[in-house]
Design a protein around this ligand. Structure first.
Ligand SMILES: [Zn+2]
Length: 207
């Protein structure tokens, strides 16, 4: 028998709600920034830029309402390792305000209830919609999923391409950073941790 329950996810870390963003004020400030950068915000190509950028910020900081997690009762999956990969999101590095592309793989040990797989990508997007660092992002996604499944047996691996590394200084265009956050049995059982990392790597290579 299969049943479905919907559980509200724990609230995200505090940050200003997007609805409090004054987009007219942001557009005004972008216009001033253009002047300080030696540009003429009145010229053809730039006339609408401050408004567009302000609208983008508002959109970026509103990555959907807090997602709901759907849980299914699947007794035959109890004890199995479930790995969900192939999730790609864009975030902004908080040190340089330059985009980073994050490829996310999440794993957990199923008990009689499993989490609806489509929800992982919404969780991944939710935490990407703010100024971030990859390490904190990885931890936030992992902690959130642990809250959803009600256990600590969660591992999250993130592979990030940071355009701030590609564009600045020594241009490391192909450099990728990998971060892993694991809890519960993933941190106490090396064989399980290795199995997760192997699956995470193979999913990435297949993508
Ligand atoms: Zn950066």
């Amino acid at each position: 028998m299969t049943s479905t329950t919907v559980t509200p996810l724990a609230p995200a870390a505090p940050r200003p709600p997007a609805s409090s963003i004054d987009t007219d004020r942001v557009a005004d400030l972008i216009g001033q920034l253009l002047v300080e950068l030696g540009e003429d915000p009145e010229r053809d190509g730039l006339a609408e830029t401050p408004k567009r950028v302000a609208a983008w910020w508002s959109d970026f900081l509103s990555p959907g309402s807090a997602p709901l997690a759907t849980r299914f009762t699947e007794p035959h999956l109890a004890g199995q390792l479930v790995v969900v990969g192939g999730i790609g999101v864009w975030s902004l590095c908080e040190h340089h305000m330059i985009p980073m592309n994050l490829q996310v793989t999440a794993g957990y040990l199923a008990e009689e209830e499993v989490v609806g797989l489509s929800k992982f990508s919404r969780v991944a997007k939710h935490f990407a919609g703010r100024l971030q660092v990859q390490e904190r992002y990885t931890r936030e996604v992992a902690e959130h999923l642990a809250g959803v499944i009600g256990r600590e047996d969660v591992a999250v691996a993130v592979r990030g391409l940071h355009l701030c590394m590609s564009m600045r200084g020594v241009r490391m265009e192909e450099a990728r950073t990998t971060t892993v956050h694991s809890g519960g049995r993933f941190s106490t059982d090396p064989a399980l941790a290795q199995q997760f990392l192997l699956l995470a790597t193979s999913q990435r290579n297949a993508a």
